[in-house]
Structures are given as structure tokens and as C-alpha cells.
Design a protein around this ligand. Structure first.
Ligand SMILES: [Zn+2]
Length: 483
């Protein structure tokens, strides 16, 4: 085991939520190789006070300034996070007396509360009705009100600022990438394929083909692309099942040294659900067995309403497991139809280990402000949820229909989105729908995916499935604190 730095967290004044502060700091500890302990030489002082002058801190303490404002924001306000420009960048919850303070190791805004609010989607939680339907669009979230044109990894920046201040005041800097250290660096991309359509031998993907042509004409406004779909389909028609790319994906990813997960729904329960019935209508035995034998991962793609129906995720998980004859650990909500207040408790009680539904349908980038896996926090019970969230930052259909990129533009965009992940040693997921890789949805976007994977592999980025990361993430989380 590599050496870790013991760090104490001391509270001055009454924080907005003591457990939430510790919980959020564990994410810094996890990335920096720290272990939070009741007593240690290195201290983080989390000070909730209206008068910073009364803080007694030693030389060598990191001080994070908080105030009663933070508490009232967390509990009463429905506003987005208040930000203020500082020499260090935009700080959240800038302390009312922050301007008078200029001490090394002191952070003038509550970066912990800011990260907590972002990671737990607090704005959305407070402003969208729990019993509603659908998903939040980027423009409806807090970013636009704060002047952002796209989501930024602010939670990471804010949490990193704690480590940066610590370094400035001379905390020992341990090698985080030692041989035995469980790490995610040099950057990991979790590859995922939502299975939203499967053809049968009888229909040969004809319904999907007709929708794909319309999609090119109406949504993408491209007669050329519509023509390419038709011409590709004509060639594919002689295959037994056009639009089923599962085997090709597994074969090609294997050649590239990659592994991925496939998210399947169990059966159609709603008009917006995939049309297949995994156990009957679509005879999936061969595909499923093939994937499992080759150690690809199968996750649950919860039906449209599952994320908002108590107990439904658990029921669908049991159904999928009985079809597969094995247990599953990962989840993504179809259409991202969920509310943050009710979704995570459902995932936890279903016994799932991780989720990948936090991202936008209509925008690339980190919806929760982070490019790292994290543990959502149970605000009602004041404890971490057992599930991991692996945020997703890219989805093929968003690039094709919202951005209306050509396949070349899509590739550049993907590389641009993944660059900060590589730089920070982060870990995110991306979605490339199964049917897209048949080349019969947005022609060219199949090639984009394969070129992207080759590019990422050349850069030394790990291309894997969520399940394979769980042991390292669990270990990192465990050693981030010593009770
Ligand atoms: Zn879906």
C-alpha cells in the first residue's frame, strides 16, 4: 500500500451539514491520497462564522470560509449557486467579509458547499417537481442563469483548490501514482451502448429504417444523409438482422483492447420504451451469452417510468438477472427520466452498485460539474448513498440531432470533451447507441466511434466498463477516511 497523508477536518461554528462536508471532502482525499482522521498534523478548518477575524488557525492549516448564508441557501433558497470572481477563479458562496482576507491557505468561498450542491444536483432537486415527467434540459438548469454557455467541471476545480492551497502552505505531496496506489489516471473512458432498438428476423429492422430516414430529413435536415441511410440499408438488407451491431461491437472493441457495457431494457412498458421484449420478442440468448462469455458487461436500462416509480428499478433488475442467470451492477435510466430526490434512493434499494444517468440529453459536458465518479449524498438520511455515479459527458444522438454535427465535427467535439478528462486523470462515460454502430442511423457516426477509440487508445486512455472499475473505486473510497 502506498503511503497516505493523514488529514484532520476541524469545524468552527455550526456547518450547513457536518456529514455532507466530510462526505464531500472524502472526494478530495480520494484523489489526493489523503486519509481523513480525527487527529492529524495537517488540518482543514471548515469555519462557519460571520467574523473571520475570530478564527484561530495555525500556520499550515487550510481554512475554508463558510457563513450562515450557505446554510440558508442549502435549506431555503431555490436560487442557483452564487459565484464571485476571485484571483483564483470563480468561487461559490464568497464570504461576506472575504475581501478583507489575504492569507496563504485560506479559501474565501465555501468550495465544499459549492461542490456538494453541484454533485447532488441541488438546483434541479429544488426547482423541478418530483412527480413530473421527463428530463432537465441544459437551459433549465442553473448554468445559464450564472452565465455559462456549457457545463464546466466546477466541482473539480473547487475541490482541487483545497489541495492547491495545501500544497502552497507546504503539505507533503505524496506520489499519487505509485505502483500499488489504486488510481483511475491517466484518464478513463467508460464505454457504454444503450440498446434502444433491436430488430427481429421477421421485420429486419424495417421500422427503425423508416424512422431513421425521417430523422435525417426532419431533425438533421439532410437529404444526403437520408440517401445514405437508404443506400446502407439496401446493402444490409441481406443480413439476417440489420440494426443489430452487438457482435460487431464486441469483435471490434476486443481488437482495440477495449471492453464496454450494453444497457438493455427488459420489456416495453411505455410508448417511449424500446420495442423489444428481451426474453421473447427479441431472441437475445445468443447476443447475451456471447457478451457475457467475452466479459462484456450487461447493465439495466430502466424503462421510461422506472426512475420515477417506487420499486420498479428493483423489479426490472430482478427480471434482467433471471434472464441472464447472473447478477448485474450498473444502470442507466432510459431518456434520463428521473428526479434526483427519488432516483438515488431507488437505485440503492435495488442493490445496484453504480449508475450512469447524470448528463444531459441536449448538451455534452459534466452536468454535476465533475469529470470523476462520485458518491451522491443522501440529504434526508445524512449519509452517502452506496451507489457510485459515473457521469456521462457525451452521447452520439446529442451530437447528431442537437448539435447536428457532421461525423468529422462530432469526432473533433469528442476529443475536445475528453481532453480535460485526460488532463485531470478523470473518469467519465460516453454513450454510443448499439443501433448507431450498425451504420444505419446517422451514417458516418459508426466510423466516428471507431476513430475516436483508436485516438484515445493512442493517448493511453483506458477504455473499459464500469464494473471493472468498481473494486478500485471502492478501495479508494474506503481508505479516504479512518473512523
Ligand atoms: Zn435509452
Amino acid at each position: 500500500m502506498s503511503e497516505r497523508l493523514p488529514v484532520e477536518v476541524a469545524f468552527l461554528g455550526e456547518p450547513f451539514d457536518r456529514e455532507a462536508v466530510i462526505h464531500t471532502l472524502r472526494h478530495v482525499a480520494m484523489r489526493m491520497g489523503w486519509t481523513l482522521r480525527p487527529r492529524a498534523e495537517c488540518r482543514i478548518i471548515y469555519a462557519t462564522t460571520e467574523n473571520p477575524a475570530e478564527i484561530t488557525a495555525r500556520e499550515g492549516d487550510v481554512v475554508i470560509l463558510s457563513s450562515q448564508d450557505v446554510k440558508s441557501h442549502m435549506t431555503e433558497s431555490r436560487d442557483g449557486i452564487r459565484l464571485r470572481e476571485d484571483h483564483a477563479g470563480r468561487l461559490p458562496f464568497y464570504h461576506p467579509k472575504g475581501d478583507g482576507i489575504d492569507r496563504r491557505g485560506w479559501i474565501r468561498g465555501d468550495v465544499v458547499a459549492g461542490a456538494h450542491a453541484l454533485l447532488n444536483l441541488l438546483f434541479e432537486r429544488k426547482n423541478r417537481p418530483e412527480n413530473g415527467d421527463g428530463w432537465i434540459r441544459f437551459a433549465e438548469d442553473w448554468w445559464t442563469g450564472a452565465g455559462f454557455r456549457k457545463p464546466e467541471p466546477l466541482a473539480d476545480l473547487w475541490l482541487n483548490s483545497i489541495a492547491l492551497e495545501a500544497e502552497k502552505i507546504g503539505w507533503p505531496h505524496f506520489e499519487r501514482q505509485g505502483k500499488d496506489a489504486p488510481i483511475l489516471a491517466p484518464g478513463t473512458v467508460v464505454l457504454t451502448h444503450d440498446v434502444d432498438y433491436m430488430p427481429t428476423r421477421a421485420n429486419r429492422g424495417m421500422p427503425r429504417f423508416l424512422r431513421a430516414v425521417l430523422r435525417q430529413l426532419w431533425t438533421r435536415r439532410s437529404a444526403t444523409q437520408a440517401w445514405r441511410v437508404m443506400s446502407n440499408y439496401r446493402k444490409a438488407f441481406l443480413r439476417p438482422t440489420p440494426y443489430n451491431a452487438i457482435k460487431t461491437i464486441a469483435d471490434t472493441e476486443t481488437i482495440l483492447g477495449a471492453v464496454s457495457s450494453f444497457q438493455f431494457t427488459v420489456k416495453r412498458r411505455h410508448g417511449s420504451d424500446p420495442a423489444y421484449d428481451l426474453s421473447r420478442y427479441y431472441r437475445a440468448e445468443d447476443d447475451l451469452r456471447n457478451l457475457l462469455e467475452r466479459e462484456f458487461e450487461i447493465c439495466l436500462h430502466g424503462s421510461y417510468k422506472a426512475g420515477r416509480m417506487p420499486g420498479q428499478i428493483a423489479r426490472e433488475k430482478t427480471e434482467l438477472e433471471s434472464i441472464l442467470g447472473t447478477s448485474i451492477s450498473g444502470y442507466r435510466q432510459h431518456y434520463l427520466n428521473f428526479h434526483p430526490a427519488t432516483f438515488f434512493p431507488q437505485l440503492e434499494s435495488a442493490g445496484l452498485e453504480y449508475d450512469m444517468s447524470v448528463g444531459y440529453n441536449d448538451m455534452s459536458g459534466p452536468r454535476a460539474g465533475t469529470l470523476f465518479p462520485f458518491k451522491p449524498y443522501d440529504i434526508e438520511k445524512a449519509k452517502p448513498f452506496s451507489v457510485w455515479e459515473i457521469p456521462f459527458i457525451l452521447m452520439d444522438t446529442t451530437l447528431a440531432t442537437t448539435y447536428r454535427f457532421s461525423s468529422g465535427e462530432a469526432l473533433d467535439h469528442c476529443m475536445e470533451q475528453i481532453r480535460p478528462v485526460e488532463k485531470s486523470g478523470g473518469c467519465v462515460s460516453l454513450i454510443w447507441h448499439q443501433e448507431q454502430l450498425s451504420g444505419l442511423l446517422d451514417p458516418g457516426f459508426d466510423g466516428t466511434y471507431w476513430t475516436l477509440l483508436e485516438g484515445l487508445r493512442e493517448r493511453g486512455i483506458r477504455l473499459t466498463s464500469g464494473q471493472r472499475l468498481l473494486p478500485a473505486m471502492d478501495e479508494l473510497w474506503r481508505i479516504s477516511i479512518e473512523e
